[in-house]
Design a protein around this ligand. Structure first.
Ligand code: UDP
Ligand code: MG
Length: 313
């Protein structure tokens, strides 16, 4: 029996890119040695994206649509797609043609060789500006320094996993605050990577603003590292040591401390700044705990097209 490839495409306000995307991917999919299903996850688009993918699903049975009830974010959309994918291999990709569809035959080849995780590594990102490239590097440096798991800096959210690896992601990585790309790289299995050149987005605009990326980076650091929590201990030790040093100095020299109003005020401000910062960091962790505890759904499905009914998570 022929194997099945599931291609998961997250869609948020992509009405301009979708027709070109479908036109490009369809012949590639038809030429594969595997059967395929093309799952569009509509992540609460505000434009005509849902109509476009629904029309595609009507005339093409291999196109499936998972319509989410609102915008849940790119990662949630990918998770939804993976949950509904029934293939022996699953590819996640963007709808804007930044992830070249011509890589699909090679991906299928690697899946056939028995690889469980196939990371697509960007060799060049034409459309990301200097700011995005620099901040992205800084982010990976920081997360690799702070956390004991290692992240590949060129890995993108273009990746493929075998059914076995996908099952692990589906069952065990259902965190509310998450970094899917990081999980994919850290679940083990036989791994390989394929380089690709990210091209210009075919139409429309990037949905990730610098602000969104910043929030995303902070969450990722908090979710992969406990080190920020330990800052309090280090700051406490440092303050205690400095205090002890001043005490010893004062006792030994038998001089009264210099009467500096400014010194006291500045030290006070500094100490409180450190204290509040640490309280803030703890607050962030508590917020993550709280959202995990509430156990709200990662996504909510509103409608399905060409998809067998399935237990909705
Ligand atoms: N996307 C999504 N939900 C969102 C934001 C983006 O499903 O809230 C989709 C978007 O339609 C695209 C992919 O995620 O297919 C990547 O987004 P984008 O191209 O804007 O990001 P960039 O490539 O600029 O990092
Ligand atoms: Mg893009």
């Amino acid at each position: 029996m022929r194997k099945l490839l599931s291609v998961v495409v997250s869609v948020y306000n992509e009405e301009q890119a979708l027709p070109a995307f479908y036109q490009e991917i369809k012949p590639v999919l038809d030429g594969l040695s595997w059967d395929y299903e093309l799952l569009f996850v509509n992540d609460g688009s505000l434009d005509g994206s849902l109509e476009i993918v629904s029309q595609l699903a009507e005339k093409d049975q291999q196109v499936k649509v998972i319509g989410l009830s609102r915008n849940f974010g790119h990662e949630a959309a990918m998770i939804a797609g993976m949950d509904f994918a029934v293939g022996d291999g699953i590819v996640c990709m963007d709808a804007d043609l930044q992830h070249p569809v011509t890589c699909l035959p090679e991906i299928v080849g690697r899946l056939e060789e028995g690889f469980g995780v196939i990371t697509m590594t960007r060799t060049r990102n034409v459309s990301a500006g200097l700011v995005k490239n620099v901040t992205s590097r800084a982010f990976y440096w920081l997360i690799n320094t702070l956390s004991d798991v290692k992240f590949e800096s060129n890995a993108s959210d273009f990746f493929a996993v075998s059914r076995q690896a996908a099952d692990v992601l589906r069952k065990n990585y259902r965190e509310r605050v998450r970094f899917l790309r990081g999980y994919v790289q850290n679940i083990g299995f036989r791994k390989t990577s394929i380089p690709y050149e990210a091209s210009e987005r075919v139409a429309g605009e990037s949905k990730y603003s610098i602000r969104k990326l910043f929030a995303f980076s902070i969450n990722t650091i908090l979710c992969f590292s406990n080190l920020p929590l330990k800052l309090g201990i280090y700051a406490g030790l440092l303050a205690a040591l400095s205090g002890a040093a001043v005490l010893v100095y004062t006792l030994c020299t038998r001089q009264g401390a210099p009467s500096g109003y400014a010194t006291i005020v500045i030290l006070n401000c500094f100490m409180f700044a450190v204290l509040f910062l640490i309280v803030g960091i703890m607050g962030e962790y508590i917020a993550i705990l709280f959202s995990e505890l509430k156990d709200r759904p990662i996504y909510i499905v509103e409608e399905l097209k060409n998809v067998d009914s399935h237990e909705i998570v």
